[in-house]
Structures are given as C-alpha cells and as structure tokens.
Design a protein. Sequence first.
Length: 158
Amino acid sequence: MPLLDNVKVHHTNKEPPNVRIEQVLDTPKGDIITVYSLRFYVINKGILSEQGLHTLESLLVRLMRNYIDSKNIKIITLSQMGNRIGFFLNVIGQPSIEHVADSWLAALKDIVNLAKETKIPILDEHLGEPKELHSLPEAQEIAYQIIKDGINITDKRK
C-alpha cells in the first residue's frame, strides 16, 4: 500500500481548521476507500491536548456517522494524527469534501451541546479505556474554537 499523500505535504501551507482528501484507494473488490484529514492546527503552532484528543476521537467518530453514513457510504474509523494536530477519517465510498466538512462541523456542535454529565462511550468499563485519558470539557473547548474559526476546505492534494 502506498504511503498517504500526507507525508509529502507541506503542512505549514494549510489553513486549519481544514478538511482535505488525503488519498482515494480502490479495493480488490471494487470498493472505494477515501481518507480525509481533519486538521485542527498548523504543525508547531498548536496541538490537541491529550485528554481532549482522546475524547474528541471517541465522540467524533460516533457523531459523524449520523451525518455521513448512508446506504453506500460508511465511516470505517477516525484515527489520531501522530503529531496531534488532527485526525484521519477513513470512509468506504466518497462523500463530497463539502459534506465531510459540514458533517465535522455538525458533530462538533453536537459535542459542544452535550451535557456536562454525559458519559463518554469509550469509558464503559467493558471497553477498558482509562478515564484519566479523557476530558469532555477540553473536547468541548476545542470543538467550540473550531466552530468559531470555521472549517476551510483544501480540495487539492498539494
């Protein structure tokens, strides 16, 4: 499998928060897998807090499914970027980049509007995620800032 185009990108040229198509892959069975980056910060100019990052990862994947999943499009997973400036969203199918941006924004609004007592799904004792790795208030603050800043679309892989 080829490396994600992300490793060839000049990250400082991007205007986060932004969404960008990283790669489109054809599977042997003919499905399309699209990898999007959801970038919160410019590298070396911001970083997602550890607790906010883990909570956002847990909530975003569930909430974005409400807006993206359909008969022919399904979110596979949302995974952290190693540099903690965002996430990779892996999708079967190819929703428009505008739809992904709108869905990300809607999910962030859902996170901001969660009650403080909301239980983070991954903290279910059977899933084994330590509560010390999570903070709903930190995730809500990050989400609020992204909503305030707006989401840019980078539609070319450059």
